[in-house]
Design a protein around this ligand. Structure first.
Ligand SMILES: Cc1ncc(COP(=O)(O)O)c(C=O)c1O
Length: 414
């Protein structure tokens, strides 16, 4: 289904955009009366809800004078330095803040804007559009960015049997040949999977052969459940001797790390040859970060204690909620992120989400809304995404209601 447009002449590519998953959820729930015996609990939207640290708010409030000047698109050198320092501490990387880092207003706009910067929409000799490869399931911005840039999308499936790794081997050589950009989401939304070094090596080799850019979305990198922190894309490149990060750019965000989704702050880092045209694009697009937000961001990137505390809250919550759900669902603790990606009994994710809402007033997101049918298969079908962003008690209550809900299913004859 595509959006209809009225008679005005407009960018025809807009009609290629798909309805957003939450719009589809609204349609699924239209006319359904949730059971009034239960208060509503939403595990639907992946928006962090832990408290914003006080020192970040104070840094923002203390920066009012910055409102009196236009901020530079490249950001204040102090902010780029704070980002470089963080990359050094977190990944042991030496990144040049002058040429290899740019502040962005959250990773969402930057993921979109990079595609507009990179894609050459000219069809090839056979009249085919360039290709952007997205994981499947995926964060919907990847698709919209590709379509509006005049590219086609190719969806590379995530494989449950391989810890939800993306099966890059399913991409045929003739698709690679048209590919100008590949999205990596590690830790993944919704699967939570972290891409290992061997997979990075494979992608780098393919990028060298076919010349595509790798856009590595790492906004969940600080929320993890294993001892070892998730491998970053730039870190993988450096370990494999690619210290110029050629054709690679990573996206890092404060939204989840520091519980400031409303601040809109992140940064990109990587290949200076990509950062330079990206800065040019952003200058025209008007993507400079407010000076107040820059000041608060310097404070947030400079502190790790609040990130450690935040991670501890998620670990405690996931340790309590996951075993409850495991009684009735095929689900396990992810590598990282703040989602559970569960297979539902019976395999009908939309019916599961609708009936759970109707009977127990709990909202989960059908997995098929987060993926596309590709090569005869929607890899989100039969799964639901549950964002454990609310307080632990609320998440536990939702989990207990889900257990009751599943236990009320008629038993299939054995
Ligand atoms: C995979 C992924 N990437 C990027 C974003 C955007 O985050 P922000 O723009 O707040 O940095 C989100 C937000 O939910 C996400 O899930």
């Amino acid at each position: 289904m595509t959006h209809s447009m009225d008679n005005n002449r407009m960018n025809p590519l807009l009609s290629r955009l798909q309805p957003y998953p939450f719009e589809r959820l609204r349609q699924l729930f239209a006319g359904v009366q949730p059971n009034p015996a239960y208060r509503p609990i939403s595990l639907g939207i992946g928006e962090p809800r832990h408290a914003t640290p006080l020192f970040v708010k104070e840094a923002l409030m203390g920066a009012f004078p910055a409102l009196a000047a236009y901020p530079p698109t490249a950001g204040d050198p102090a902010l780029r330095q704070a980002c470089a320092n963080w990359l050094q501490r977190r990944y042991g990387l030496g990144v040049d803040p002058a040429t290899q880092i740019l502040p962005v207003n959250g990773s969402r706009e930057a993921l979109f804007a990079l595609v507009q910067t990179v894609i050459d929409p000219k069809p090839d000799a056979a009249g085919l559009r360039p290709v952007v490869i997205s994981p499947n399931p995926f964060y919907q911005i990847y698709e919209g960015a590709a379509l509006l840039a005049g590219a086609d999308t190719f969806y590379a499936p995530s494989v449950p049997e391989r810890n939800f790794a993306i099966d890059w081997d399913r991409v045929a050589p003739e698709v690679w040949q048209r590919t100008q950009l590949v999205f990596v989401c590690s830790p993944g939304n919704p699967t939570g999977a972290v891409m290992p070094l061997s997979e990075w090596q494979k992608l780098f080799e393919l990028s060298d052969r076919y010349g595509f850019v790798i856009a590595s979305d790492e906004c969940y990198s600080e929320i993890y459940f294993r001892d070892e922190p998730p491998l970053g894309g730039l870190e993988a490149a450096a370990r494999l001797g690619r210290s110029d990060f050629r054709r690679l750019i990573s996206f890092t965000s404060l939204s989840k790390r520091s519980n400031v989704p409303g601040m809109r702050s992140g940064f990109v880092a990587g290949d200076a040859q990509l950062i330079k045209p990206f800065l040019l694009y952003r200058t025209y697009h008007g993507s400079a970060m407010s000076g107040m937000v820059q000041a608060a961001s310097v404070a947030a990137w400079g502190d790790e204690q609040h990130v450690i505390d935040n991670r501890a809250l998620y670990r405690e919550k996931f340790a309590q909620v996951t075993p409850v759900l495991q009684e009735v669902l095929d689900v396990r603790l992810p590598d990282a992120g703040f989602y559970l990606w569960a297979a539902v009994p019976g395999g009908d994710d939309t019916a599961f989400a609708r009936d759970l809402y109707a009977q127990y007033n709990v909202t989960v997101l059908p997995g098929s809304y987060l993926a596309r049918e590709s090569m005869g298969h929607n890899p989100g079908r039969g799964r639901v995404r549950m964002a454990l962003v609310a307080e632990t008690d609320e998440c536990l209550e939702a989990a207990q209601r889900i257990v009751q809900f599943v236990q009320s299913f008629p038993k299939s004859p054995s």
